[in-house]
Design a protein around this ligand. Structure first.
Ligand code: ADE
Length: 309
């Protein structure tokens, strides 16, 4: 029996010429990732451009059991919006197709050949990135976030693990399973007084997520600052033995810069990590901060990316 969750027309009722894809359209090469309700495969298209793709297969039963239905729908809506026509962005994962069978939902995504940035950080001799690479990846991330924000999407799970490295060394932001639409959130928040439930990752979460405050683009900017700290040090700014203790640190902005931490990065992070989202630097202010003095945000894609291997 088919589980009543739909990302597209049920495959069973789709006419054969509908253009709807199925697993038969792809040659699966290997498993490349696993989550609590999904498995990701590397595959290639059998026909046409024969692109490399990542197929995320989500188990419907598990999504329903974990009460993730709303989030899976949002992931699809956000990715579809960000993958359409002029909205497409080179630093954001592209959704090529969705389809389903009786047990699973499938997302066909642009493929990133290398690991995520957390793996890359851990592979460095000192287990952190050098200053120039940190500036480069931070600029690419900020540009991707700004693009999402302009389209009304807040990612809400910004972290190095969600930045995948493509074969040209450039990165793309992935995993929109925690994302929200600003307009929808503001309506629920203001009209219905409904607070967002916790999503994201403890070490990167913004204070307003913990206190039931209003979320917005500044929520991703908080995580962006925490990511810069991790790029440069290899450590989490907010680190402790339990999630509860991490949350307390976040709410007290309790963290320490290590000896020798770059002054420009410190100044930038200090101007972002405020409890009040209104006080945090905004995109237009961040791109002119001296941390990014060597970056031309109007031609980011023409910057030579760091060598990965
Ligand atoms: N793991 C999760 N998504 C991926 C993608 N788009 N490419 C490569 N690996 C992934």
């Amino acid at each position: 029996m088919e589980v009543p969750l739909s990302l597209s027309q049920p495959a069973t009722s789709a006419p054969s010429n509908s253009g709807l894809k199925s697993m038969a359209d792809y040659k699966v090469l290997k498993e490349i990732g696993e989550g609590s309700f999904s498995i990701v495969y590397h595959a290639v298209e059998k026909e046409g451009a024969q692109r490399d793709v990542a197929i995320k297969m989500c188990l419907k039963k598990q999504i329903i059991r974990d009460k993730r239905v709303k989030y899976v729908h949002r992931e699809k809506s956000a990715l579809a919006l960000l993958s359409t026509g002029d909205n497409w962005h080179p630093s954001i994962v592209t959704l090529y197709a969705t389809f389903q069978d009786a047990e699973n939902l499938f997302f066909v995504l642009s493929y990133a050949k290398y690991h995520d940035l957390l793996h890359i950080i851990l592979q460095q001799p000192d287990k952190h990135l050098n200053f120039n690479d940190s500036v480069y990846y931070s600029a690419m991330l900020l540009d991707a976030l700004n693009h999402c924000h302009k389209l009304g999407v807040v990612h809400r799970d910004v972290k190095p693990e969600n930045l995948l490295v493509k074969n040209d060394g450039r990165i793309m932001l992935t995993d929109f399973g925690s994302s929200m639409f600003i307009e929808e959130h503001e309506k629920e928040y203001t009209q219905n007084g409904r607070r967002a439930s916790f999503v994201g990752t403890a070490q990167f979460v913004c204070p307003e997520m913990l206190t039931g405050g209003k979320l917005g683009t500044a929520s991703d900017i908080w995580s962006f600052a925490v990511v810069i700290f991790q790029f440069l040090t290899g450590d989490h700014a907010f680190h402790d033995e339990s999630e509860y203790l991490i949350f307390r640190r976040v709410q007290d902005i309790l963290f320490k810069y290590p000896e020798g931490f770059n002054d420009l990065a410190k100044d930038l992070i200090d101007k972002i990590l405020f409890i009040d989202p209104e006080k945090r630097l905004k995109y237009s202010e961040i791109i002119v901060h001296p941390f990014f003095e060597n970056i031309d945000f109007s031609s980011l894609q023409s910057i030579e990316p760091p060598k990965i291997y």
